[in-house]
Design a protein around this ligand. Sequence first.
Ligand code: SF4
Length: 476
Amino acid sequence: MRNQNFIDRDKLYGMLDNNAPTESQLNDILNKARKLKGLNLEDVAKLLCVENEADIQKILDTAEYCKDEIYGRRLVLFAPIYTGNACVNNCVYCGFRRDNKALKRKILTLDEIETETLHLLRMGHKRALLICGESPRNDANYMVEAIRRCYAAKDEKGSTIRRINVELAPMSVEDYAKLKAERIGTYVCFQETYDPVEYAKFHPAGTPKADYLYRLTCMDRAQEGGINDVGIGVLFGLVDYRFEILALMEHARHLEEDYGCGPHTVSFPRIEPAEGTPFSLPENIPHPVSDKDFMKIIAIIRIAMPYTGIIISTRERPEMRDKLVKYGVSQISAASETNPGGYNEETDNTAAKPYEKTGTTGAQFTLGDHRSLDEVISMMIDGGYIPSFCTGCYRKGRVGADFMDLAKPGLIKEFCKPNAMFTFREYLEDYASPATKEKGLRLLKQLTETFSKEDLKKRVEGNLCKIGEGERDLYF
Ligand code: SF4
């Protein structure tokens, strides 16, 4: 394994001292960003030091431009399946932590995983994220079976999950190879914080997660196990967000230099209240990130890593999610439950409710967005966004470095926009409410007119028509 510790803590904090750009430096950086080739660490350090409202707006405007140039109005939707909430770790901010006696523990059986999957399918989801605490009961062998059962589930309309991403604790190379063999999409693992000194305070000694370096190098082992599609992230609120952004840049650079491909996604969770976890209450969060700063950092990552997917979850409130989508977010979860068995009405776990009202839910954190999938999609249509359940690139082998080669010349629009439209049409036919279907079909008609190449427009119209007649799973 090469270059094990690629985070130079002192250097990164040092870059944030009095480093605000002059007006001409800011303009130079933003002009460079508009060329869609990304930014370097020094550029990003300067942007992170911008505090002036007007200058922040310039960063947001640049991010909106980059997002639109590369992704268009497409927004990918997915939902998590929590397979278990038992955990051997004791992370101070997490509802699943070992010492949280308020939490009801559960590891789903394979039958229960199938039931959860069917609930997602009946909403209209096609992409699932399997996620759980770290426990010997949730080891790689269990996950292999969980993945198989999730892929095998089929609802009454014949729909299946087409892409399973997994968010799991760091593993050995051998275990990553087992996951790779099960056709996973992205392997996701957050460093939580890249600051090694602060990391020790939040992840008590004696737990597997206390090993900062083992976690930091998990993506290297994933690569060695054959997984070249990886997602990184931090939990915002633990340390200075500016340090975390520089560290994310360094992690991406490390992956690109050593494995020829940066991360496929970066996730942006902020700490949310969790039952039985006082640390997670707003008044106890050491470095809370304001909405204004959160928008700024998502915009900065959008322009610094223009081809990397940015993910936010239902931790965020609908108003905030709608703004973040404009400035860079390309994937969102929708209609999520964060407790094992949460989708199944028959279980005694209720959906996570706002913290004050929470009983014993078994959830990892409190949700900020409780809208149904149909409500989320309806609002996306109102905003002119194209909901996408597309998994075309993954199934055509356009992943890792191949995906980046495709994305970089801007071809992403040629494949992704039509494919998003096809999956959107499927959703409208099979799962949408009548009102959503009506306005969704109107939007699809308008979108079809936006293709300038006549042959592409014809192929898109042809596939949309076939889906209307009952064909499914069409993609370029
Ligand atoms: S953050 Fe993950 S590892 Fe830590 S207690 Fe929660 S589930 Fe366990």
